[in-house]
Design a protein around this ligand. Sequence first.
Ligand SMILES: CC(=O)SCCNC(=O)CCNC(=O)[C@H](O)C(C)(C)COP(=O)(O)OP(=O)(O)OC[C@H]1O[C@@H](n2cnc3c(N)ncnc32)[C@H](O)[C@@H]1OP(=O)(O)O
Ligand SMILES: O=CC(=O)O
Ligand SMILES: [Mg+2]
Length: 719
Amino acid sequence: MSDYLTKSGLSVHPLLVNFVEKEALTGLSVTAEQFWSGFAAVIAEHAPTNARLLQKRDELQSQIDDWHRKYGPVSNNPQGYEFFLRDIGYLVLEPGDFTIETSGLDPEIRSLCGPQLVVPVSNARYALNAANARWGSLYDALYGTDVVSRDGELAPGKGYNAARGAAVVDRAASFLDESFPLASGSHRDVTGYHVIKDGDVRHLEVDTTAGRTGLRDPGAFAGYGGTQESGQLVLRHNGLHVILVIEPGSVIGGTHKAGLSDVVVEAALTTIQDCEDSVAAVDAEDKVGVYRNWLGLMNGTLVDTFEKGGQSVTRKLNEDRSCKDVNGQPLVLNGRSLLLVRNVGHLMTTDAVLWKGKPIGEGLMDAALTVLCAMQDKVNSSTGAIYIVKPKMHGPEEVAFACAMFASVEQMLGLKPNTVKIGIMDEERRTSANLKAAIYEARARVFFINTGFLDRTGDEIHTSMEAGAVLRKDEIKSERWIASYEDRNVLIGLACGLSGRAQIGKGMWARPDDMAAMMDSKAAHPNAGANTAWVPSPTAATLHALHYHQVDVFAAQTRRHNQSIPPLSELFSMPMQAPFSLSREEITRELENNVQGILGYVVRWVQQGVGCSKVPDINNVGLMEDRATCRISSQAVANWLRHGLVSRDEVTSTFERMAGVVDQQNVGDPVYRPMAENFGSVAFQAALDLALHGADQPSGYTEPLLHAARRKVKARDGK
Ligand SMILES: CC(=O)SCCNC(=O)CCNC(=O)[C@H](O)C(C)(C)COP(=O)(O)OP(=O)(O)OC[C@H]1O[C@@H](n2cnc3c(N)ncnc32)[C@H](O)[C@@H]1OP(=O)(O)O
Ligand SMILES: O=CC(=O)O
Ligand SMILES: [Mg+2]
């Protein structure tokens, strides 16, 4: 407390003071005095509401728990359940029909459809990579993943595998034939691409083994760069660009009849720079690190130097791509993904700032600081918009609170009203059940709704903790409640006029190495009418981009526009187990799977401050684990414990057994501290607590226990 600095009645950690005054405010007309007095006023205005909203969460949860103790699962009394939810104010009155009014949005949000990448902003190397993932090499993405089979002669091997390379070129030609068909023949048989000048206008002519032809839709040729012999041909389809790279002198181009050395696709149209579930930021030092990276992404100065493949690499933001359009005029293609920033939710507090001697809401600090940093935007939004993704809001009242908070931050920083846009994560049950009212509260600034099905699954288990034993994790995700949640989200979004105005988004592909499976299943997202869907890596963005060539999202939205919205009874059809439906063996295996995931994730979070990891599941499939997936696993174990499917001793001994497995998985990590040698370790205990005390955690969230454990380790290790 002694080294805090006093700023307009707030006690502020010196690292934060320094960052704000020496870095974030640089070049702005806002003075330090104005910032701190404005921030103090924002806190004074909103902290009490924040506290009241959290209290309401607890009150509603305890009423719901009581209802289930009395009636059991909803199926015992469906009408009574809905009546009860209205009575306690969990369900609110729906507003009449309306259309959202958000203005000043970039085309990537309004009118273009494509992948949305998510990245922990705390990791500069990854954050820069994500910002640059606007463009991706299709050849690299195919060669490096299982989309091209890894069996037999196509296995990658040590050096370059020419047979695999040929299969990649063939697969890319199929994509070109589907999205940019030739008037006759196939891209497979092209022997030369030629830009032909016809008066002032250029068009593309193509030689194939069967003679000269062109694109079936000549309008898909958008421009060119370089020379006839070696350059780029820019094509456009469904608003997305694809660049054919012609380099006959290169290794790959030299093997192709037309010198085609790569197909570069426009991939991550938007990227969420995440301050929330994929980062571990527990104190002023961590938070400043997060804000500093975000600031560097906004003003274009972020640089990271690291070792890769025995070489030092320096990564910075890519420049735009300059070429010429068909009239020979400059055509500038954005070199970077449009960046959005995910703030934390309303729950946690931070001691980076004390108000009346107590930690302030972390969400309040994120709002003020991420907006302040975005005021330095030199490279991101073409309209001056600031995009904040707001997670884990429970219902319309909490959405209204976020909007009020953003309005105050705008005022304090002298920004025009509604400069700050809000992306509503539809990931808590009370928001799903009141989605129209939630969108209504944000109608002047909403830029997306998105089904965060991972948190939503965790909340599904937690909200109905007392109702009975839930199904196994994977089964929960294929039940009626989730199908209706996904459908309702799209259909309510369309009814509120989001089509052509804002994004309707879908959730994360959480198996980063399973790209063939992603390609088989994720076309369902654009087909369902979603403008975008989350991907975990640039490679996944490159591959998922192909789906937006396959599907015209706006046509899909038109098709769905008048479909009827599934009733609330569907949304409330819980993923409950029939009694005694699982064998002992099945129970043990599911418990082990959940425990392995929790331990594998938590140990890196607590020991190393890594907020998102690839962790093998029990079948050795690498899963993206973040706080939301950890919420699911810990709530699943807590639920089975609560309903007697597993005992406390069984849970504890499973954690002890799986600690050894996780230790083995991390054996190559020099800074890893084995857990099986010390069950008293902070990391092991935090993981165990998430399960044993999962039922009592607010909304089943993992952050309170994770933060406490990480702070202990930082204090112990003097980090
Ligand atoms: C429920 C939710 O809230 S989901 C949202 C939160 N989740 C996320 O943000 C997921 C982000 N993804 C990630 O953090 C990572 O992809 C992980 C942890 C899943 C896997 O990471 P790793 O094990 O390091 O991946 P892997 O070794 O396969 O690949 C590393 C390479 O891919 C890049 N990469 C991986 N993920 C990303 C990403 N999201 N953004 C940018 N680059 C990435 C890295 O920069 C690295 O390339 P480099 O060496 O050139 O820098
Ligand atoms: O934030 C995303 C989710 O699925 O949770
Ligand atoms: Mg989430």
